[in-house]
Design a protein around this ligand. Structure first.
Ligand SMILES: [Cu+2]
Length: 364
């Protein structure tokens, strides 16, 4: 065979192979489309409980689904989680006693969830210490299955301190809070995804030994996601582990309840420093923290209190991370604080900072 004939044969063979591959590719696209169409067919579509209930790729979403009535009125009647940073504790050792309980908690207007709550709520209590103080944590398991407590502010052997506690039992351990910042604490029992998604998280703020500039208001916001197996409106919802793995939450919140600080705005005084301690419990999504209408005068990214950034519009707080944000707003008004990853705003991660006690409604 001549060189030209060999080349021609190779070209023809290549064309045949490419054509065959294209046919197979089209076949698999058709198969995927047909499977999607089947999932969307009315026969298999779950009943829509509320207008906002939608199915995506065969997974039922209850994002934004609230019962009949005005959600704003329902949210207004719900007492907000206290966002103000609690005062420091005098003394060398801060005893923190937390009892885990299986509780039903409100997570959005008219929506209830069967949670595992540190101290009966989600998030658990805010712990506040100064750098150098010792935290002595006692966890009592008042639930039905093993749990544990992992403090990110601790440098300690996790297989010992964060070990599982059987129902009815307690564990006590101590650590010296040597690293300033804002840190997450959470249950570390397998599967951790389920234990965090069920509400087992909170924040600890460690003030630097050299105090930060004084501020009129200091707020703690714990970001988290909720993954529901039902709308949670007539009966409390439980965890949908598939949605948790897919990272498809129904509600995304600051301090456990969607939009609670829209119904109960946080306060600020014109021209005075406000400090936000944002801890992101996740379990999986990032919080792109932003205050509409202003710029952070300082951000301590990742809670690193030694290297602040200045003049920042938005800064990410990763799942399992924390950061400190400072604003000083001169002009009175209603300033929304949001996760600027806006799907999360749609699912409830938004609040209002009311500067100067003004009337009216906010833009977000
Ligand atoms: Cu747990």
């Amino acid at each position: 065979m001549t060189y030209a004939k060999v080349s021609l044969t190779l070209v023809v063979l290549s064309l045949v192979a490419a054509f065959t591959a294209a046919i197979f590719a089209l076949d698999s696209v058709d198969a995927a489309r047909s499977a999607q169409d089947k999932q969307r067919s009315p026969a298999t579509e779950p009943m829509a409980h509320e207008a906002a209930s939608t199915a995506v790729g065969g997974v039922q979403s209850y994002a934004g689904a609230t019962p009949a009535g005005n959600p704003d009125t329902i949210a207004a009647s719900q007492a907000p989680f206290p966002a103000e940073l609690p005062p420091l504790h005098a003394g060398r050792v801060l005893p923190v006693r937390i009892t885990l309980k299986d509780v039903t908690v409100p997570i959005a207007p008219g929506v209830r969830y069967r949670a595992w709550g540190f101290d009966g709520g989600a998030p658990g209590p805010v712990v506040h210490v100064r750098q150098g103080q010792t935290v002595r944590i006692t966890l009592t398991n008042g639930g039905a299955i093993p749990h544990s407590i992992d403090f990110h502010a601790a440098r300690i052997a996790p297989n010992v301190a964060f070990r599982d506690v059987e129902p009815g039992k307690s564990i006590t351990y101590s650590f010296r809070a040597n690293d300033p910042g804002v840190f997450v604490y959470h249950c570390g029992t397998k599967p951790v995804l389920a234990h965090i998604a069920n509400g087992m998280y909170g924040a600890i703020v460690v003030d630097p030994a050299k105090p930060l500039p004084p501020s009129h208001h200091q707020y703690v916001l714990v970001a988290s996601e909720w993954y529901l197996d039902s709308p949670g409106t007539s009966e409390p919802a439980s965890l949908d582990m598939t949605k948790a793995r897919l990272m498809m939450p129904d509600w995304v919140t600051f301090n456990g309840y969607a939009g609670q600080y829209k119904a109960h705005p946080l306060e600020a005084d014109p021209g005075h420093l406000v400090r936000f301690y944002v801890a992101n419990a996740g379990p999986s999504l990032v919080t792109a923290f932003h205050v509409v209408g202003t710029i952070f005068s300082r951000v301590y990214p990742e809670g690193d209190m030694t290297h602040p950034l200045t003049g920042v519009q938005t800064s990410d707080v990763p799942a399992g991370g924390g950061a400190v944000f400072e604003v000083k707003i001169d002009q009175p008004g209603l300033y929304p604080f949001v996760n600027h990853s806006f799907a999360s705003v749609d699912m409830g991660q938004v609040g209002i900072l009311n500067v100067g006690d003004v009337e009216g409604t906010a833009s977000h």
